[in-house]
Design a protein around this ligand. Structure first.
Ligand code: CUA
Length: 194
């Protein structure tokens, strides 16, 4: 009898049919491989879930929602866009039924921007169409998203997570201006685009 070749499907058969025992052997091998892959994926999901303390995606820090507007990072006077020493801009926003505070954010083009958001009440969504910005805003967590605006213009900022009867009216705007026009905005301009 000839030595069995490495690939059973390559074995020449007079009628072109693969023998049943070869099929059974190959299928068993694949079942074992698939079971091993499923097991590995399950272990990864459970391990990363426990290691990440089950935080929602891009919601990395915890915060006490009762402090919003009043004290801490999300105090009223600290909301809106703020320039950082390294030239980047940090935007702090509060999502609440049914508005974002502030309602308009003035930002420079061609600059690294980091959004930090949190919710005062229920789960909201934060989306800037045609950018990479898209996250859930969960009460008790700070969501963080980084982006960079290549073009100047108005960007609509809708809430995309159903949050109650006024959900459809929960909109805000981002106004992206040339870098030099952002250089020295007043506190009012930063928070209201005016
Ligand atoms: Cu907030 Cu929908």
């Amino acid at each position: 009898m000839a030595e069995p070749s490495v690939n059973p499907l390559a074995e020449p058969l007079p009628d072109g049919i693969v023998p049943a025992e070869v099929i059974a052997r190959t299928e068993k091998r694949w079942i074992k491989m698939m079971a091993a892959m499923l097991l590995i994926m399950l272990v990864v999901v459970v391990a990363t879930g426990i290691a990440g303390a089950m935080h929602p995606p891009s919601n990395v820090e915890v915060i006490d929602p009762t402090t919003l507007h009043l004290r801490g990072e999300f105090v009223e006077s600290n909301l809106g866009a703020a320039s950082e020493p390294d030239g980047s801009v940090t935007v702090r926003l509060i999502a609440q039924q049914y508005e974002f505070v502030p309602r308009c954010v003035l930002l420079p083009a061609e600059t690294p921007v980091m959004f930090r958001l949190t919710s005062a009440d229920v789960v909201h969504g934060f989306l800037l169409p045609s950018t990479n910005v898209n996250t859930m805003v969960v009460p008790g967590f700070v969501a963080e998203v980084r982006t960079r605006f290549a073009n100047v213009g108005e960007y609509a900022m809708p809430c995309h997570e159903f949050c109650g009867l006024g959900h459809h009216a929960m909109w805000a705007h981002v106004r992206v201006v040339p870098k030099d026009r952002f250089a020295n905005p007043t506190a009012v301009q930063r928070a209201n685009c005016e």
